[in-house]
Write a protein that binds this ligand. Structure first.
Ligand SMILES: [Zn+2]
Length: 311
């Protein structure tokens, strides 16, 4: 199988061709998940991602596939598996080539946990592919967030900022587990409704909050200009926190009006990436996104496996 990058990850074998995470609409494309930088129309994707595409773009243009069932795309055999990154996210197996897409081996409350698969070629996303991008254990991050929330709620409201698809629903689910039904923005609520339709229960509220409440908003609403929920929270001695894997490496206190930041990631850190490569036992590794060159170099050095950055 020939593997190269051309407006997406192209896998070509004789006259058969599929494009993984295409950058423009494609009827031989496979979209791995519903983050805006991955969503294009007319491609194949999980039924979950197709519903997210409809909410985010207003158009239902794409072809829904179920996890675990092979389907022909562009003459090749394509099977989607859970990636643990966000709701509906998928790894893509094309014959003996595995593309992880954005993935998180720890999984999440709202998106399951991925497995590893033996493959000849592994194409792996390397957002945190530099050796010093080591993330703390996810269960520690989660218990820190919940302990902080319960403590802060004794003083006043608590507002969380995170990407509105994926991370927002993950924190809503965590808050539900301690009996909180957070207020959310209309966009986040529309996405949550898709989760509920697919049997992933999320309890939340919309409207104007009162008293001691929790809220989940997009990161822009934590800026010093303040979104509506943070304004109300601040008037009532409330606190705010930002959630992102990048919080493990950078401070966001200067750019946001926050009291805490937590490294809740939906990607694999360097150690988890390396561990995943070992478990898949590939003959060749291709790296994409983020620190692709650095991670390819580390794979060659530490595992002695042929590894190339795709772009
Ligand atoms: Zn993503």
């Amino acid at each position: 199988m020939e593997i190269r990058y051309d407006h997406g990850i192209c896998l070509e074998n004789h006259r058969s061709k599929v494009i993984l995470d295409p950058t423009r609409q494609s009827d031989i494309g496979v979209v791995t998940h519903g983050h805006m930088d991955h969503l294009v129309k007319d491609a194949f994707m999980t039924h979950h991602t197709l519903d997210i595409l409809e909410v985010r773009t207003g158009e239902r243009r794409g072809r829904g596939l179920s996890y675990g069932f092979p389907h022909p795309v562009g003459g090749l055999n394509v099977t989607l598996y859970p990636a643990g990154h966000v709701f509906g996210s998928a790894m893509v197996m094309v014959d003996d080539v595995l593309y992880t897409g954005d993935f998180n081996p720890d999984g999440g409350m709202t998106c399951g946990r991925p497995s590893s698969y033996k493959c000849r070629d592994l194409i792996i996303e390397t957002t945190y592919g530099k050796e010093d991008y080591r993330l703390p254990p996810k269960d520690e991050v989660v218990s820190d967030i919940l302990a902080w929330t319960e403590c802060q709620l004794e003083e006043g409201p608590v507002v969380f900022g995170s990407y509105e698809f994926g991370k927002a629903q993950e924190i809503i689910s965590l808050l539900n587990s301690i009996g909180q039904e957070p207020y959310v923005t209309d966009n986040i609520a529309r996405l949550c409704a898709v989760y509920n339709r697919h049997g992933v229960p999320l309890r939340y509220d919309t409207g104007t909050p009162e008293g001691d409440f929790t809220a989940v908003v997009p990161p822009a609403d934590l800026k010093k200009t303040h979104g509506e929920f943070l304004k109300i929270a601040r008037k009532n001695k409330g606190t705010a926190a930002y959630l992102s894997g990048w919080c493990a490496f950078y401070s966001f206190f200067h750019s946001m009006d926050i009291d805490a930041q937590f490294p809740l990631s939906d990607h694999a850190g360097f150690d988890e990436l390396m561990d995943y490569v070992k478990r898949c036992q590939p003959e060749r590794v291709f790296t994409v996104h983020g620190s692709a060159r650095e991670f390819a170099c580390a794979v060659r050095k530490e595992l002695g496996i042929e590894a190339t950055a795709l772009k």
